[in-house]
Design a protein around this ligand. Structure first.
Ligand SMILES: C[S@@+](CC[C@H](N)C(=O)[O-])C[C@H]1O[C@@H](n2cnc3c(N)ncnc32)[C@H](O)[C@@H]1O
Length: 257
């Protein structure tokens, strides 16, 4: 992270996040997603009390797509976003990138069952394996908490064409302190229950508290909007959902990038 370019609070927060979670991000999460791939979609539904599909429909509804465009879903997991985008705009050229081959294997099966083609690349997303100015649209859902987010957002800006659109959705830190603490109580119960219900392995069990710790030092909707502006996106719009526990962001690459 180029510390001269960003406000001091972002430099401090990114370095706090990295120091606290480097080892989990680099090692443990690889095992976690390998373990949960087989039941990831069902577990998400239970953990989010069946709100997840409705939220995703709203996120997808806000994404502007045109015929023949190239779209990339970063940290694509089981391809839920790629499948929805292709259903919305069938002649999209859809690409997915994720470092978990287990998650992408499930994602490829899901796409094939629906007769859809998603070009899959297995890679860490801190360096996106795509040329500059390559995509019209990039999406990223439910993964930024696990990333050095500034680096990944800079990469997303690099691979987007001038005027290209970035759409982001993630669990965020609620700006309201009361909602924040109630939310963590709920998450503690729901992560524990879901892990028990689906018979999670040791790696996932060890990360149960991480999922709350990662949110405590993550960004609120407004903070993430400001971070996107400092990275150089324009027309940034952040929308708070479910009391700020989830945020949708749209950000545009300047035409004269
Ligand atoms: C919670 S899942 C979200 C999947 C999908 N976007 C969704 O909305 O269902 C997080 C995904 O991010 C991927 N991931 C985490 N860190 C990554 C990294 N550094 N590089 C590539 N993928 C990563 C994981 O493998 C996992 O598939």
């Amino acid at each position: 992270m180029n510390s001269e370019r960003y406000a001091a609070e972002f430099v401090i927060q990114e370095s706090t996040r990295e120091n606290q979670f480097r080892s989990i991000w680099t090692h443990d999460l690889v095992e976690v997603f390998s373990d949960v791939a087989r039941y990831y979609d069902r577990a998400n539904n239970v953990a989010a009390l069946w709100t997840i599909n409705g939220l995703r429909k709203k996120f997808i509804a806000g994404i502007e797509l045109h015929s023949g465009q190239k779209a990339l879903d970063v940290c694509a997991g089981t391809n839920v976003i790629g499948i929805d985008l292709l259903t919305k705009q069938p002649d999209l050229q859809m690409y997915a990138v994720d470092r978990s081959s287990a998650m992408q294997k499930v994602g490829q099966q899901r796409a094939q069952e629906r007769g859809l083609h998603i070009d899959s690349t297995i890679s860490d997303v801190h360096k996106l394996p795509f040329p500059d100015n390559h995509f019209d649209v990039v999406t990223l859902q439910y993964a930024s908490r696990h990333l050095r987010v500034v680096e990944v957002f800079e990469e997303i800006k690099r691979v987007l064409k001038p005027g290209g659109h970035f759409y982001h959705c993630d669990m965020l830190r609620p700006a309201n302190k009361v909602i924040e603490e109630i939310y963590y109580l709920y998450l503690r119960a729901s992560v524990g229950f879901t892990a028990w219900l689906f018979g999670s392995g040791a790696a996932s069990m060890n990360c149960k508290t991480y999922f709350i710790d990662a949110l405590r030092v993550f960004y609120s909707v407004d903070e993430l909007s400001e971070l996107l502006r400092q990275i150089g996106f324009v027309d940034v719009r952040g929308t708070s959902k479910l009391g700020g526990t989830v945020g949708f962001h749209k950000a545009v690459v300047p035409a004269d990038k």
